[in-house]
Ligand binder design. Structure first.
Ligand SMILES: Cc1cc2nc3c(=O)[nH]c(=O)nc-3n(C[C@H](O)[C@H](O)[C@H](O)COP(=O)(O)OP(=O)(O)OC[C@H]3O[C@@H](n4cnc5c(N)ncnc54)[C@H](O)[C@@H]3O)c2cc1C
Length: 448
């Protein structure tokens, strides 16, 4: 049976240029699709999910041709503009606690680690430096009594899961971060921190001998005729037997899961490179990453390497069903970043933010992904919810395996998930979600 999907929203630009992307050497010119081509597989979307799906396909179907399309440059989208925590331990981003049910969390941790080990193979094979892929763990930093309490409760939860963690007191937190701001921290050793744009760009480059990658090539329509899918782009087309859609929230633009996906913007800023004098004033270790003890607080990364010594601040959530954020939204978030930065680093007066940006993540109300065969020979690896770096990687791997008929017990888990539940109608969804996010951020207090 024939089917035609008109892609509704092809404006995929994100507000601001991510610092991760800006500090990289200039990218080679984009390879834009300008002809009609044929392949065995088409992967749409070149974030964590799409790149991982394409790599897994290239492992499972060595002799088959694979094309990957992205509407923008790889590394410019959410996968290249996040805080760079590839996290093993689970949390539901819509709650104010990291702890869930023990059994479920043990299983999710196992899955996240499966994804992280896949990413570690990528890093190894493509020669990523420690600046790009660093298995250094993550510290949940507490700046208030309530954050400290959160961390203590979390230790107990980790113990119940059989997970190791290290308690850090205020002096140790200062030794690592240079800041007197934190009361305590909890180090969990198996998170990896990445240079998000370098990771995604390096992943694509490393894979380019096996996968035909086109950037700045949005899919504007998808049509199935005589058992083949044909993706139309502004200057060409791809005809393929099987398609993997790894476009996260943009799944909605393809006509699926209408009124069931929540588009949340997150914002980050990165300082200019600091002088030697400023780096010495700060002290601490050359690079580190802290996530907030309260999920609605600030993530902070100190990085050093190609772009010099810099600090990244990430906070502020904002629901927007139109999937668009404006420069004004970014400016508002930056004011929060500056405030959070000054509180933590009073010794760095005069170190201003050089890069500021926002990006989307996609959640469902009931915290479930969209996975499986949406139409005959069209598979989805979308709606990652929280921990999208690990979960995006995992869903891409599993979508490729499922499409190839490869057996993996995690596929069954994904297939058994419920569908995303329907959201309240507009404007109630937007008003309700933003009221909730603002309230949680207010409650996060000094953690922000
Ligand atoms: C500021 C910020 C901080 C974050 N921090 C973290 C963090 O520390 N840890 C974590 O786990 N998560 C974090 N996230 C979330 C994480 O980045 C996302 O969950 C993750 O990128 C999802 O990966 P994905 O591959 O599913 O989707 P995406 O990265 O969104 O990739 C989808 C791709 O599909 C492409 N696409 C869409 N439509 C089309 C089309 N029609 N044609 C062609 N291409 C198309 C898009 O251009 C995009 O590149 C953060 C997000 C932001 C914005």
């Amino acid at each position: 049976m024939s089917l035609k999907i008109q892609v509704k929203n092809t404006r995929h630009g994100n507000p601001g240029v991510s610092g991760w992307y800006a500090i990289l050497p200039e990218a080679e010119p984009a390879r834009v699709l300008q002809e009609d081509i044929t392949a065995d597989w088409l992967v749409i979307g070149g974030g964590f999910a799409g790149l991982s799906a394409a790599r897994r396909l290239s492992q499972l179907r060595e002799n088959e041709s694979i094309v990957l399309l992205d509407s923008i440059r790889i590394g410019e989208g959410s996968s290249g503009r996040n805080s760079g925590f590839m996290i093993d331990l689970p949390h539901d981003i819509s709650t104010d606690s990291y702890a869930g049910a023990v059994e479920q969390d043990v299983l999710q941790t196992r899955k996240n680690r499966y994804a992280i080990s896949f990413a570690a193979e990528v890093a190894e094979e493509y020669g990523f430096t420690q600046e790009v892929f660093n298995p250094c763990g993550k510290i949940n930093a507490a700046a208030s009594e309530s954050g400290d309490r959160h961390n203590r409760e979390y230790v107990e939860h980790l113990k119940a899961m059989g997970e190791a963690s290290t308690w850090l007191d205020a002096a140790e937190m200062q030794r690592i971060t240079g800041s007197e701001y934190y009361l305590s921290g909890l180090l969990t050793p198996k998170t990896v921190t990445i240079q998000a744009a370098a990771y995604t760009r390096g992943f694509a480059r490393g894979m380019s001998e096996k996968v035909d990658i086109y950037e700045k090539t949005p899919v504007i329509a998808l049509e199935r005729t005589n058992g083949f899918w044909q993706a139309r782009t502004p200057k060409g087309s791809v005809k393929a037997s099987k398609v993997i859609l790894s476009v996260n929230g943009h799944l909605q633009s393809f006509g699926f899961m209408q009124s069931r996906l929540m588009h949340i913007f997150l914002y980050a800023s990165m300082t200019r490179a600091m002088s030697t004098d400023e780096v010495n004033k700060l002290g601490g270790e050359p690079s580190w990453g802290v996530a907030p003890a309260n999920p609605f607080g600030s993530s902070v990364r100190k990085i050093c390497g190609v772009g010099g010594h810099r600090i990244l601040m990430r906070n502020k959530f904002h629901f927007n069903s139109s999937m668009e954020a404006t420069e004004r939204d970014v400016q508002k978030a930056v004011r929060d970043h500056e405030r959070s930065f000054q509180r933590r680093f009073p010794m760095l007066k005069g170190v201003e933010m050089e890069h500021r940006w926002g990006g989307r993540l996609c959640l469902s109300w009931n915290n479930v992904p969209v996975f499986g065969e949406l139409e005959k020979n069209m598979f989805a690896a979308c709606c990652q919810n929280g921990l999208g770096v690990s979960k995006g990687t995992l869903s891409g791997i599993l979508a490729a395996e499922y499409a190839c008929g490869f057996q993996n017990p995690y596929i069954e888990d994904y297939l058994n998930e419920a569908q995303p539940t329907r959201l309240p109608p507009e404007p109630f969804a937007t008003i309700g979600a933003n009221a909730y996010l603002n309230w949680q951020e207010w409650r996060a207090g000094l953690e922000k």
